[in-house]
Design a protein around this ligand. Structure first.
Ligand code: HEC
Length: 477
């Protein structure tokens, strides 16, 4: 019996309109999830999952359970006596996992079409769950700002992705960038990333930068990888530069391309953490011999602590603190517990917030809640022994970038909540976190453009980096 008649038989249907070639061949050739849905499911469930002869998958009514595992089971086994074919012969477990993600995406789309999410304009009071706030432009005329740092003398520093460091003096943007910043690869996702003052900056003046370091490899090809340097700001110039971390050029991937990570954080003991993405080669994340797909830990001067988890492993990169990461672009230390968290871009679906513990494996690409951008599955498993679970994941993706805990006094009820910037969804999220639990996730606003970072200012306002400007959130009167 061929597949089609098997299905038709199972479903007890004679009038089902489906393509006449074998479904299995089509599924394999298409590879594209939306096409698979259109071919196999749309006839019954509707082109947008709104329901037709079979139930809608957008409402809150599930006859057989609406969690991921129940959806996968419904698709795998079907309910032939009710007219829902079993798809386990036509779809692999990975395909079924992708189909579950597609259902999640479609539900989110339908929900968003109904929701009115605030798009604040300057000086208008916006309500949110815990605080009313106003949003005002603080600095305008920027070009893809990536990070912001406040100095004790009232100045601030902002990085632009294409490779410039700029001074903001009491809210006024300097007309000329800081001179002497090293050359930066800024093709594709490469660029100048984080700027972070030393915890004791007031005494030692050290500033740390993360950026894509352009090099030529032995074959003369342009390559680049995330490098960490520190230096001082002297009369508008970058001086006293020291290298804190750089990998051997032999492991540098081709210049440009994806997933550099590039975030820096200090913990309360003064250790320096930084992230490097897997640079588009998934396997890097599980390979302890390369620095890609990892979070690293160093002393502030670049020395490697003896108690790093792989410090005594001759095969491993001794700077590694945790591994199995795809592209962590947010790193934040909890102001009370001192625990390190990351915000990490998953593939399509599967962005994560993780509680970072030394030596742990965060699973990419062996486990993930996401799939490839064209809907091709990566894996059908989301959990595995010996691999850490995220404390929060987003399906569909929001593309989280910078993240920081709110530490000011202007918004008392936001104190110690994690704010997460997002690129694709253009949303600012507020997460209430207790250890390894996310108790609340609120979208404060969206649709003002891609958000790269968010940070508490010394005045207690919340500063948010948009594509051309920095806005400041203060309490509504
Ligand atoms: C021939 C028509 C038909 C096709 C094709 C079909 N379904 Fe269904 N499906 C149904 C019917 C009818 C039900 C309701 C079964 C019931 O009431 O128990 C259902 C139920 C489901 C459920 C469970 C819903 C619930 O309320 O718990 C899921 C999930 C689902 N289908 C997914 C899919 C996916 C994914 C595809 C494509 C791979 C697909 N279906 C293709 C007819 C179909």
């Amino acid at each position: 019996m061929n597949l089609l008649s098997k299905l038709t038989f199972a479903a007890g249907l004679t009038s089902l309109v489906v393509p006449s070639v074998t479904l299995h061949a089509q599924v394999q050739r298409a590879g594209k999830l939306a096409e698979t849905y259109a071919q196999l499911c749309a006839n019954c469930h509707g082109a947008k999952m709104e329901g037709a002869q079979a139930p809608s998958m957008l409402d809150e009514v599930w006859a057989h359970g609406g969690d991921d595992e129940s959806l996968a089971r419904s698709i795998r086994q079907g309910y032939p006596e009710k007219g829902m074919p079993a798809w386990s012969a036509a779809l692999t477990e990975k395909d079924i996992r992708s189909m579950v993600i597609l259902i999640r995406e479609q539900r989110a789309k339908a929900r968003q079409a109904q929701e009115e999410i605030t798009k604040p304009v300057d000086a208008i009071t916006v309500k949110s769950q815990l605080h009313g706030y106003q949003l005002n432009t603080w600095v305008d005329g920027l070009n893809d700002p990536w990070s912001l740092a406040f100095l004790p003398d009232g100045r601030a520093l902002v990085t632009e992705k294409r490779g410039q460091l700029l001074v903001i003096d009491h809210g006024k943007l300097a007309t000329t960038p800081v001179s002497g910043i090293p050359a930066v690869d800024s093709e594709s996702q490469a660029g100048l990333y984080d700027v972070v003052p030393h915890p004791d900056y007031a005494h030692n003046g050290w500033l740390y930068l993360a950026y894509s370091h352009p090099q030529k490899n032995a074959a003369g090809k342009a390559v680049s990888l995330t490098r960490i340097i520190r230096g001082k700001l002297t009369d508008g110039a970058w001086t006293d530069q020291q290298t804190i971390f750089e990998a051997p050029v032999a492991v540098y991937p081709p210049a440009g391309g994806p997933h550099f990570g590039g975030r820096i954080a200090f913990d309360r003991a003064g250790y320096l953490y930084f992230s490097i993405g897997e640079r588009g080669t998934m396997e890097n994340a599980q390979n302890l011999a390369v620095p890609m797909g990892k979070i690293h830990r160093l002393f502030d001067d670049g020395r490697i602590p003896d108690d790093n988890p792989f410090a005594k492993d001759a095969q491993a990169d001794r700077t590694i603190w945790s591994y199995g990461h795809r592209n962590p672009q947010g790193l934040a230390v909890h102001p009370v517990t001192g625990v390190l968290y990351d915000a990490e871009h998953g593939p399509r679906g599967g962005d994560e917030i993780n509680l970072i513990r030394p030596g742990r494996n965060y699973g990419w690409p062996i486990i993930t809640y996401g799939m490839d951008y064209d809907g091709t599955p990566i894996t059908d498993i989301t959990a595995k022994e010996g691999m850490e679970q995220p404390i929060k994941y987003w399906v569909p993706s929001i593309a989280p970038c910078g993240a920081n805990f709110y530490t000011g006094d202007l918004f008392p009820q936001w104190k110690n909540h994690l704010f997460v910037a997002s690129l694709a969804a253009q949303e600012l999220h507020r997460l209430e976190i207790k250890d390894d639990k996310v108790l609340a996730d609120e979208v404060l606003f969206k649709n003002l453009g891609r958000i790269r970072h968010v940070i508490t200012g010394p005045d207690g306002a919340l500063y948010v980096l948009l594509p051309q400007r920095i806005v400041r959130l203060t309490p509504a009167e």
